[in-house]
Design a protein around this ligand. Structure first.
Ligand SMILES: C[S@@+](CC[C@H](N)C(=O)[O-])C[C@H]1O[C@@H](n2cnc3c(N)ncnc32)[C@H](O)[C@@H]1O
Length: 333
């Protein structure tokens, strides 16, 4: 990579290696003149590959204004074929409708955060580098510091247990509440140290702060709510035959995608009592056909070259011709 100019936006010097790129491009079965949505533009790895593979158009969405600012130079490479939309993929139908785009041929979602976001200490995602305790992809709304400084011990324990799958959630929450009574949290490393003092490093060597930081990030950005809304949005705007490809990085995300696709493909599943009604309720006719029975995972070669790919799994499905029901729970059409 050549060095970015001095005025380059933050993170421009960090490389993000796209995960499962070949598999995503092949799943989308790109068509000339097709219209595609990259719901998680990031460093533009998927967008660039889509635009290189077919003479199509891409609508690239990202909730992080820095990601789109960094990607702006790509527009020159694909004149008239690349459009940026700042916002959340959970609102994709509305965001595209505002540009008079009602139906698309394929949608890719590559969930979570980019390497630029994690490695820029100023964004506050990292428990290895000190920075403000922020974690907001959008750079607005409630920060991670606001969450740890204001929520009750019980609420914190619930968040850390549910989104971090941390067995010691109650103990971590208690330690957070006791430390904040001395002085509110404002930096990532102080929070990481408080967690490390409570939870021992596991045999696999994973830093004890990993799970609590994941939980806070998911909560601050409402990542699972966004995913659920994004899946419904995709169902609304995909043309019959259009493909949805979702790459997830942990079991909580994958479970949401799997449950949704099972319900929408008419598979007879009984949603668990924890499954939101909007995910479990199936339309009368299947709106999706899964294109692979099992999730697609990266090759050994890919994980050797990119450790971030290790936990990735992709689920792909094709939109059927079935119309949407207008009476889904939550009023979603
Ligand atoms: C893993 S990166 C995507 C990397 C990209 N596929 C590439 O190859 O460069 C995830 C990106 O999605 C964005 N993102 C995460 N959740 C989002 C949401 N709900 N709506 C829009 N963008 C989101 C993040 O800001 C981040 O830039």
């Amino acid at each position: 990579m050549s060095k970015p100019p001095r005025s380059a936006p933050p993170g421009a010097e960090i490389e993000h290696i796209p995960v499962l790129l070949t598999e995503v491009i092949s799943a989308l079965a790109l068509k000339a003149e097709g219209v595609y949505v990259d719901g998680t533009f990031g460093a533009g790895g998927y967008t660039g590959a889509i635009l290189d593979a077919a003479s199509c158009t891409v609508w690239a969405i990202d909730r992080d204004p820095e990601a789109l600012a960094r990607g702006d130079v790509m527009k020159e490479r694909y004149p008239g074929r690349l459009n940026f939309v700042h916002g959340r993929f959970g609102d994709m139908a509305e965001l595209l409708a505002a540009h008079n785009v009602g139906a698309v041929d394929g949608i890719a979602l590559d969930l979570g955060v980019s390497s630029m976001q994690i490695e820029d200490r100023a964004r506050g995602f990292s428990f290895l580098r000190d920075g403000p305790l922020d974690m907001r992809m959008e750079k607005s709304g409630r920060s991670a510091a606001d969450v740890v400084n204001t929520l009750s011990e019980k609420e914190l324990a619930n968040i850390i247990f549910t989104y971090g799958e941390e067995r010691h959630a109650r103990r971590v929450a208690r330690a957070i509440v006791s430390a904040r009574a001395e002085r509110p949290f404002s930096r990532t490393l102080r929070l990481a140290d408080v967690i490390r003092a409570e939870v021992r490093r596991s045999h696999d060597g994973i830093d004890p702060a990993t799970r609590t930081f994941q939980a806070l990030r998911i909560y601050v950005n409402d990542e699972l709510g966004e995913l659920e809304r994004g899946l419904h949005g995709a169902e609304r705007i995909l043309k019959p035959g259009g493909v949805l490809a979702v790459v997830s990085f942990h079991s909580l995300e994958d479970r949401v995608v799997k449950t949704f696709l099972k319900a929408r493909s008419g598979a007879a599943i009984r949603p668990s009592r924890h499954t939101p009604a909007s995910l479990g309720a199936a339309p009368s006719a299947a709106t999706f056909t899964p294109l692979s029975r099992r999730p697609i995972t990266p090759s050994e070669r890919e994980t050797a070259g990119n450790p971030r790919a290790r936990s990735a799994r992709m689920r792909i499905a094709e939109r059927t011709t079935a119309p949407l029901l207008t009476s889904l729970p939550g009023g979603r059409a």
